[in-house]
Write a protein of this length. Structure first.
Length: 369
């Protein structure tokens, strides 16, 4: 395929459209219509429970952190607060952005707006960005949410665990959106009717940060920033860790989520923070299934999917060698074996676009063509 151009205005974006890739039909595992209707049923109960637990824990941790400040005894509480602020907010932003966490629309929107601010994302821009991510997942030049670009920049990837790069990128973008609205790339997926909303959201976020900084200067203390802003840095590690596993080392420019997404079994704490997005193949195949129904969906279609990774560590053991291999060979990707009960990968869709899946179903990683 050659060197990839990940910009939304470059030649790869044009090629994806001209080749028919963006209009191709994605593969979906078979689920009976009645069962799918049950799975897609929305409910307020599970999300209200989890939201009360989340914000209740955040209130406890931040209160103890403030009470013990500036003693080192406050550090464990700030770290716990940070991972809920800087990581759990990512999954709440994601699921409420889909509108599936709650049955009641205003509840989805309220949590979505709060989580968007905490995770440092413009709620107007990212709703449309994520819609594109789902309709054109890991299609180079079209998906604005490709987390690991090829060849992998290892140093950059490691620094990302601390959330620093996201924050460094966020504030210039925030200022630009607040003053001028969406940029040229954002306008490729945000409808024109939403451009003014992008600007208004950025202005509100900017105002909150300015007030927080002013309060910190007035108090001559970093404490206000420990409550708002800084947890996005020291609490980002969990959402980065789980986010990298979603698609890292797998294929791009394909239309079968079994090739470009990964399901990983996780411990109950990580599943709470991540809100069951570890069932990521299932989520991409059927994005309107609420997070609390994903374990059941997994049990229904698992015989049509590659075997899930048994743990986070197992996922990294699979992914990391592939990322290192991509340093030397950009078109390399993992092609995981399907069980005998699964339908074959839809290779007929992949052959006509450079960089797609070769007709091979071995159990070892193979390069793309």
């Amino acid at each position: 395929m050659g060197k990839r151009d990940y910009s939304l205005l470059g030649p790869d974006a044009k090629h994806a459209v001209e080749s028919g890739l963006t209009a191709a039909e994605w593969y979906h595992s078979d689920v009976p219509r009645k069962v799918m209707k049950e799975l897609m049923t929305r409910s307020d109960g599970p999300a209200i429970r989890d939201t009360v637990i989340l914000y209740g824990l955040m209130l406890v941790f931040v209160s103890l952190g403030i009470a013990l400040w500036p003693s080192w005894w406050s550090a464990p509480f700030w770290l716990a607060y940070g991972v809920l602020y800087g990581s759990a907010s990512d999954s709440r932003w994601h699921e409420c952005g889909h509108g599936t966490a709650f049955r009641t629309p205003w509840m989805n929107d309220a949590v979505y707006q709060i989580a968007s601010f905490m995770i440092m994302r413009n709620s107007a821009t990212w709703r449309w960005s994520h819609a594109r991510h789902h309709s054109e997942t890991y299609i180079v030049g079209r998906d604005p949410e490709i987390a690991i670009m090829r060849p992998t920049e290892m140093a950059k990837l490691i620094v990302t665990f601390f959330g620093i790069l996201d924050v460094v990128k966020f504030f210039p973008k925030l200022l630009q959106n607040a003053l001028m609205g969406p940029d040229a790339a954002e306008k490729t997926f945000v409808p024109q009717s939403e451009w003014s909303k992008v600007q208004r959201v950025a202005q509100v976020h900017l105002a909150i940060y300015l007030v927080t900084v002013a309060l910190a200067l007035w108090m001559q203390s970093i404490l206000p920033l420990m409550v708002i802003g800084l947890p996005r840095i020291f609490g980002a590690w969990h959402h980065v860790m789980t986010g990298l596993l979603q698609h890292g080392g797998l294929a791009d420019n394909v239309i079968d989520h079994r090739l470009n997404s990964r399901t990983v079994y996780m411990n109950p704490i990580s599943r709470f923070i991540y809100w069951n997005m570890n069932y990521h193949v299932e989520h991409h195949m059927f994005p309107m299934v609420p997070y609390h129904a994903l374990p059941r969906l997994h049990e229904i279609i698992k015989d049509d999917l590659p075997a899930p990774n048994r743990s986070i560590a197992d996922g990294f053991r699979e992914m990391w060698p592939a990322l290192k291999r991509q340093l030397a060979y950009e078109d390399y990707f993992l092609k995981r074996a399907l069980p005998p009960t699964a339908k074959p990968y839809r290779e007929d869709f992949h052959r006509y676009v450079p960089g797609m899946m070769p007709p091979n179903d071995s159990r070892t990683p193979v390069p793309g063509v």
